[in-house]
Design a protein around this ligand. Structure first.
Ligand code: ADP
Ligand code: 5GP
Length: 182
């Protein structure tokens, strides 16, 4: 199992698209969230979109491996997303924020965790604004969270700086390749 973490807008989704092309046997776990779908996002494919009541009910039922509150919304990895793949021997990647990555590290220390870092906070701002999915208040909140998240880099054995996309993708593919070969 592979955990890809790092601040919002750093390029996790973009890097993972390249990773999945290079390592086709790897599958991405579909997270649950209470955030509203962005235009073009599909339920069950991009996220399992849940109401807050549904999410909390599933927390109580023990359905999550990890869950966290991020920018006022709930996000979590469903046990079912992992179990059916791992029991079939299919490697799985999680794309999650820092609090969740820490929970997974506690629960499943054998997972390979990778922190994706931006070249600078200014570059991160440019990417968040350029993506155009978050209003200015959301961008500000995500940048404040990012500054704190970046302090967690020393906790991770693998840190990939996403400066040039091609080079960062290659590095991520190499880390995952070594993990699969273990
Ligand atoms: P995340 O999934 O971490 O929130 P995204 O993959 O959505 O981040 O990327 C945020 C924005 O940054 C997107 O518009 C993406 O095209 C852009 N981006 C990703 N990687 C790079 C890079 N190496 N250089 C410049 N822009 C990038
Ligand atoms: P977004 O709203 O941009 O899709 O995601 C916001 C943040 O939540 C990102 O940092 C993303 O990695 C994280 N996230 C997505 N799914 C999960 C999850 O299942 N668990 C946790 N802890 N974070 C998640």
């Amino acid at each position: 199992m592979f955990v890809i973490t790092g601040p919002s807008g750093v390029g996790k989704g973009t890097l993972i698209r390249g990773l999945l092309e290079a390592v086709p046997e790897l599958e991405l776990s579909v997270s649950a969230t209470t955030r509203r779908p962005r235009p073009g996002e599909r339920d069950g494919i991009d996220y399992h979109f849940l109401t807050t009541a549904e999410f909390e009910q599933r927390v109580r039922a023990g359905d999550f491996v990890e869950h966290a509150t991020y920018s006022g919304n709930r996000y979590g990895t469903l046990r079912s997303e992992l179990e059916r793949r791992l029991s079939a021997g299919v490697p799985v990647a999680l794309e999650i924020e820092l609090q969740g990555a820490r929970q997974v590290r506690e629960a499943l220390p054998e997972a390979v965790a990778v922190f994706i870092a931006p070249p600078s906070l200014e570059a991160l701002r440019t990417r968040l604004v350029g993506r155009g999915t978050d209003d200015p208040a959301q961008v500000g909140e995500r940048l404040r969270t990012a500054a704190l998240e970046l302090e967690a880099q020393p906790e991770f054995a693998h840190v990939v700086v996403n400066d040039r996309l091609g080079q960062a993708t290659e590095e991520l593919v190499r880390i995952v390749g070594s993990g699969l070969a273990r």
